[in-house]
Design a protein around this ligand. Structure first.
Ligand code: G3P
Ligand code: CA
Length: 312
């Protein structure tokens, strides 16, 4: 069966990530789900943006040169919505200003804007209504513990907004994802989140959350996760390794472990312009994960290319 195609930050291989243009394009391409990373502004608005920082994807340094913190970064949380709206969104840059993906949308160009989660949900509803094709949503609560330290609690706000937008039950096409396992337990058991939950699995060195991902990948960790979540979202590299002799991909067994525990597996991130070691083409990569490993969904910057690949 074809895995779910989750447009990672929209069709971000073609247009700057998390812009409404990137979401509209992903919808038009036929993505099953559109992803929203969520952070919060100083005045408590939920903003669709991947980082708690603004400097890698906007012109904030030019517009507000005096507003960086002592670490040199510009934080979304230090700006009100009105100020955020005045920024221009650009294709993602490295720290030195060079483009992360040089072949993508031209660096520092275009007239794209940030949007709130409410605006994006309204936009998706409109696209769904106009086309008759209901794309799902896949919100991620970014850095919940850090936000609480700044006085913002995203999870209850997110659930209120989803309810207000007409999402109300497990039958609705909504996955709520987070790297923080404690926040997912809270969503399930305290906040009674009605939607499917996804535990993202990263590397402990990223310090995304106070979560031990090495343990979560173990048999005991997966078994415990199954009491809270419906799926895991590991990195592609968690699911295969290269054989020592002929360097062919060999499954690590994490997908099998998850499936035996009743969990779906939605790995990130499938990029046609950044193919990992062991695969000769994007089609070979996607076929290996969809068919040989049997994942249930894929986060991709290129939803159209995943959908064009023929699968048995
Ligand atoms: O949420 C799935 C994937 O997007 C996780 O990585 O860093 O792109 O949010 P990130
Ligand atoms: Ca994400």
């Amino acid at each position: 069966m074809r895995p779910l195609v989750i447009a990672h930050r929209g069709a971000s291989g073609y247009l700057p990530e998390h812009t409404l243009a990137a979401k509209g394009l992903a919808h038009d391409m036929g993505a099953d789900y559109l992803e929203q990373d969520i952070v919060a502004s100083r005045d408590g608005e939920l903003i669709v943006l991947h980082d708690i920082y603004l400097d890698r994807v906007t012109d904030v340094a030019k517009r507000f040169p005096g507003r960086k913190r002592s670490d040199g970064r510009y934080y979304v949380h230090d700006f009100d919505l009105q100020e955020l709206r005045s920024l221009t969104v650009w294709e993602r840059m490295n720290q030195d200003g060079s483009p992360v993906y040089p072949e993508r949308y031209p660096a520092r160009s275009g007239d794209f804007k940030l949007n709130t989660l409410r605006e994006e949900l309204d936009f998706i509803h409109r696209l769904n209504d106009e086309t008759g094709r209901r794309a799902g949503i896949y919100p991620e609560i970014k850095r919940p513990a850090w936000h609480k330290g700044q006085g913002i609690d995203i999870a209850p706000q997110l659930l209120d907004l989803l309810a207000d937008s007409g999402y109300e039950s497990r039958d609705d096409p909504v996955f709520v994802q987070c790297f923080d396992d404690a926040e997912l337990r809270r969503l399930k058991h305290e906040l009674h989140c009605p939607f499917q939950l996804v535990q993202l699995i990263g590397d402990n060195s990223w310090r995304e959350a106070d979560t031990d991902y090495d343990w979560l990948r173990s048999a005991a960790g997966i078994k415990q996760l199954a009491q809270t979540v419906d799926a895991i979202g590991p990195a592609i590299s968690d699911l295969y390794e290269l054989a020592e002799i002929d360097a062919v991909p060999v499954a690590t067994g994490l997908v099998q472990l998850a499936h035996e525990a009743g969990l779906a597996v939605h790995p990130y991130t499938f990029r046609a312009d950044d193919i990992p070691a062991g695969f000769a083409s994007f089609a070979e990569l996607v076929r290996y994960f969809a068919v040989d490993i049997g994942v249930d969904g894929v986060f991709t910057d290129f939803p159209d290319q995943v959908l064009q690949i023929s699968l048995p």
